[in-house]
Write a protein that binds this ligand. Structure first.
Ligand code: XLS
Ligand code: NI
Ligand code: NI
Length: 443
């Protein structure tokens, strides 16, 4: 049965198109430097926002009109799974992602939950045999159920720790079964509310123990997907342990876990941490830790994870710049951890949201590629740091000097000449590249 009957397969119609249900910039087979857009962008649909959520917010119930709304329980789960593959095919998207509870209802016991999960995983496995769309990552939801009120692996309750371990154990088995190239850990409640009742050291040690056990179990069952930590500073927990990439990296290094993990970087989490998206991507990239991306955007006027579809071209450009500089995303992808607004409640909006996000990243890809091709920023940066390529600067970089010699050097200086950083010139250049790219693709 078709759930999105009025929608045909979304086609690339080019920038001149006025059709809201067509790609204007995302042309999957278009070649960018020897790779197709599809290979470079690796788009993914988030199951939870697209098929499970109903548009509720803390002040109101769901508004979404969905063709499976008349169903409940396992029948609802089956309908959503069926609809999801119709959606992927119509959108022509290569990947999707899910939490365990997105795809199957929780039962009264862990055993029942796992049985429900097995039913839907079996269905998905069948679809995967013929579908072009594959799983990018799966994860365990360890934040919705009241048992996680004090956290999962950082809970004060050892029983909750054990329950969480069982969920991730199952998640890794599912990842293996469905051939998932990645497995994600987002620690929504792995943090604390107040130090007055918290043993922070024990909680962090336990989180590290949990990750080590997950690594061991993956090895044991022969699951070789990439492990990803998704940093977020807060929400729902006030202080979250995986605050941002730098904090996550320090944690991983402290506990000898850095060789087993990379990061899944979400744009809106970056802004909640007081960073730009590109800052987080750069921090991960220069440390060899950029694994995957949750592509969305926040709203500076709102202080929470609004998970909007990304439409800010400036940000998609700077993000794609980091991704191209990283040599692509490897096993990772651009997962739309994004939801249509509560007021956008029609099924078509699900398509239009994804189209908007995909087109925006396609533009970002083109502009970033041109900026790199023309050596616009690198050339400037190289010149800006040229004092480190000769004389005392070269010695600093090569590690062949010390404070004595540097003092002598400083004493001999009559004048220190600084150069302008040219921020405005560079911003104007990026604008120029954006506008030129947009006008050159207009048909
Ligand atoms: C929540 C997170 C979550 C993760 C997966 O803010 O973004 O959706 O991506 O658990
Ligand atoms: Ni996310
Ligand atoms: Ni998020």
């Amino acid at each position: 049965m078709a759930y999105f009957q009025s929608i045909n397969k979304i086609q690339y119609e080019g920038p001149g198109s006025k059709n809201p249900l067509a790609y204007k910039y995302y042309n999957p087979q278009e070649n960018i430097n020897g790779k197709t857009m599809e290979e470079l962008l690796r788009f993914s649909v988030a199951y939870w926002h697209t098929f499970t959520a109903e548009g509720a917010d803390p002040f109101g119930v769901g508004t979404a009109i969905r063709p499976w709304a008349n169903l409940t329980g396992i029948d609802l789960a089956k309908a959503r799974a069926e609809a999801s593959f119709e959606f992927y095919e119509k959108l022509d998207v290569p990947f999707f992602c899910f939490h365990d509870v997105d795809i199957a209802p929780e039962g009264g016991t862990l055993k029942e939950s796992n049985d429900n999960l097995d039913t839907i995983v079996g269905m998905i496995k069948d679809y995967l045999k013929t579908s072009k769309t594959k799983l990018l990552w799966n994860t365990a939801n360890m934040f919705t159920n009241p048992r996680y009120v004090h956290g999962a692996a950082t809970s004060n309750s050892a029983d909750v720790f054990a329950y969480s371990a069982a969920k991730v154990k199952k998640g890794l088995e599912v990842a293996k079964e469905l051939g998932s190239p990645n497995y994600v850990f987002w620690g929504g409640r792995e943090g604390y509310e107040t130090l007055l009742n918290t043993d922070m050291k024990l909680e962090q040690d336990n989180l590290a123990r949990f990750f080590h056990m997950a690594v061991d179990y993956a090895k044991e069952i022969g699951y070789d997907g990439q492990f990803l930590i998704e940093p977020k500073p807060k929400e729902p927990t006030k202080h979250q342990y995986d605050f941002d990439v730098a904090t996550g990296l320090a944690f991983l290094k402290t506990y000898d876990l850095d060789q087993y993990f990379k990061f899944n970087i979400e744009a809106n989490h970056a802004t909640l941490a007081g960073h730009t998206f590109e800052h987080e991507l750069r921090t991960a990239r220069i440390n060899g830790m950029l694994g995957s991306v949750d592509a969305n955007q926040g709203d500076v006027l709102l202080g929470w994870d609004t998970d909007e579809f990304p439409t800010d071209l400036y940000t998609t450009t700077l993000a794609m710049y980091e991704i191209l500089k990283n040599g692509g995303l490897g096993k990772g992808g651009l997962n739309f951890d994004a939801k249509v607004r509560r007021g956008s409640f029609e099924p078509d909006d699900l398509f239009e949201g994804h189209i908007a996000g995909m087109d925006s990243f396609a533009v970002g890809l083109k502009v970033a590629n041109k900026l790199i091709e023309d050596n616009v920023l690198d050339g400037f940066i190289e010149n800006r740091y040229s004092s480190y390529t000769q004389g005392i600067g070269k010695k600093i970089v090569e590690g062949t000097t010390n404070f004595h010699e540097l003092e002598q050097h400083a004493l001999g200086l009559t004048e220190i000449k600084n150069q302008s950083g040219k921020t405005e010139r560079l911003r104007a250049l990026v604008n120029q590249y954006l506008l030129e790219t947009l006008s050159s693709v207009r048909v």
